[in-house]
Design a protein around this ligand. Structure first.
Ligand SMILES: [Zn+2]
Ligand SMILES: [Zn+2]
Length: 519
């Protein structure tokens, strides 16, 4: 004999309670003796909602060097990415943690009762963790907070929740922001995870936006003593993803080829952090050696402080620069060229993204009086003559040469270098990598927020603060984390970006000269 179960409180204590006439159909009505709920659709004993409804969450987190963290929506089937994440964990000796998130979808297959939807599919159940736990002395997983599933800014409002520690929040929309903390040397990261259950949203404006930003994937966290690293494992619709040089699928792993693009954090060559340069370019464990990028994009290649218009009226800075041989602009440019020759020659194509610090030179050409700057007078006059000769008026107005690329071409020995014009498109596997980030769409002041609105997936630089938001990835800097123009607690990070051959991006932090956990 079948047993009827109340869909609201899930107890098998219901009694028959007359009939309900639905048009021509007469339906048996039931009432629950426990909660009083009345229904014509009781659950049967074998309903999957019952077993899953008893979902038990993990209360402890096993100690591990590596964690993979994603989230799963209630009452929703697993996506194939879950199997790929299991493959990843097996191959990398990592612990999978899944943050349960709730979304009551009245039009979903499972009916209107929120209680009856409070279950997770069998595939994710063993990994569910809904607690708050320190995964590292600087990082906390927040399994116990709930963010609206359709939130446009899922990390917003969580800036202070973990004090000085970085935080991981379960959410299907990928987001990362950095917050300066006075207590710590490095800023803290607030990040979301991506998701391992299929899209299941209410058809509404918020629902369809959520659907659009729904990201299959996870974040991998590696513990390395005082440091931790994390990377995005961003999957395709088929559930496969790439991390470093390996593709992970539900069935297994495959090695990948060279990565198509590395975007270096803003270089500011003169002030580049030696440890970050080493982690990126020197030795077999460097990012360049391990990932072997086909292309490298560069932002703010030179700092340009020799010609910084913001410092033109500061005689003390000018004297100090002069005394330290930092006042020769020709040397600053040739040093930047030498850096690329040293670290990015060989079998790689270099792209110099038009950036604001190099633009200091174009501006200097307009404001400086060469008669007051004997050290740079000859350089100025040579450059001015070239600019005068090259200038012209075409159908779109003035055209001419930019002094920075003009001089780089004179100094550099590396053959494969392309200089992008301002706003010149440079796309790799669908990712636009030609914008520095200082100028937003339609001349607006650039920021990660304004690039998010253009609807094109981009990697930008400029702010020195890495982030992920609305289809924009922003790299950090390769410079020292505080320069004379920074003040107060800083949210700068040494962070490079990559585009994998599947068109997905990841950000790679360099922490104190290290960037990933090697076996
Ligand atoms: Zn910049
Ligand atoms: Zn910069």
């Amino acid at each position: 004999m079948s047993v009827e179960i109340c869909p609201k409180c899930l107890k098998d204590d219901v009694k028959k309670d007359g009939f309900r006439q639905d048009k021509d159909v007469k339906k048996q009505k039931y009432q629950c003796n426990r909660c009083g709920h009345s229904t014509v659709n009781p659950l049967s004993e074998d309903d999957p909602r019952l077993t899953a409804g008893k979902t038990r969450f993990r209360t402890t987190v096993p100690r591990s060097k590596r964690y993979v963290i994603t989230c799963a929506q209630n009452a929703t089937d697993a996506h194939p990415v879950l199997k790929s994440l299991e493959t990843y964990c097996k191959h990398n000796d990592a612990e999978l943690l899944i943050i349960p998130i709730r979304y009551t979808n009245p039009t979903s297959l499972w009916g209107a009762s929120a209680k009856a939807q409070d279950w997770w599919c069998d595939e994710v159940s063993p990994y569910l963790f809904n607690g708050r736990k320190k995964l590292h002395k600087h990082l906390i997983i927040l399994g116990n907070v709930s963010t609206q599933l359709t939130a446009a800014r899922p990390t917003q409002g969580f800036e202070t929740i973990t004090g000085p520690h970085s935080a991981i929040i379960g959410h299907p929309k990928l987001e990362l922001q950095y917050i300066a903390t006075p207590q710590q040397k490095l800023p803290k990261a607030i990040m979301t995870t991506g998701c391992c259950t299929i899209r299941n949203y209410i058809p509404s404006k918020a629902g369809s936006k959520g659907e659009h930003h729904h990201t299959y994937g996870a974040v991998v966290v590696e513990r390395d003593g005082d440091r931790f690293y994390f990377r995005q494992l961003n999957a395709l619709e088929d559930g496969t993803f790439i991390d470093i040089r390996t593709k992970y699928t539900p069935e297994g792993t495959e090695p990948t080829g060279r990565i198509p693009l590395m975007v270096c954090g803003d270089l500011h060559e003169r002030y580049a952090c030696p440890k970050t340069v080493a982690a990126t370019f020197i030795g077999l464990n460097s990012i360049r050696s391990v990932l072997d990028p086909e292309k490298i994009a560069w932002h703010d290649v030179m700092d340009g402080d020799t010609v910084n218009p913001h410092e033109r009226d500061n005689p003390f800075m000018r004297v100090a620069r002069h005394e330290h041989a930092y006042s020769d602009i020709r040397k600053e440019i040739s040093d930047a060229a030498a850096f690329i020759d040293k670290y990015a020659s060989g079998d790689v194509e270099n792209y110099i993204v038009a950036s604001n610090h190099e633009d200091f030179l174009s501006r200097w050409m307009n404001w400086v009086d060469w008669r007051t700057d004997p050290e740079n007078a000859e350089f100025y006059l040579e450059t001015a003559l070239e600019m005068v000769r090259a200038g012209s008026i075409g159908p779109n107005g003035y055209t001419g040469i930019h002094p920075f690329p003009y001089w780089m071409k004179q100094f550099i020995e590396t053959a494969n270098v392309k200089y992008l014009d301002v706003d010149e498109s440079f796309t790799v596997h669908g990712i636009e990598a030609g914008f520095h980030g200082h100028r937003g769409p339609n001349g607006a002041k650039g920021a990660i927020a304004s690039f998010g609105r253009i609807g094109v997936r981009t990697i930008i630089g400029h702010s020195h603060t890495p982030g992920i938001r609305d289809g924009v990835h922003q790299v950090g800097t390769m410079s020292q984390l505080s320069l004379s123009y920074t003040s107060g607690p800083s949210n700068w990070m040494n962070t490079n970006g990559v585009v994998y051959e599947n068109g997905k991006r990841a950000l790679l932090n360099v922490i104190d000269g290290h960037w990933m956990l090697f076996p």
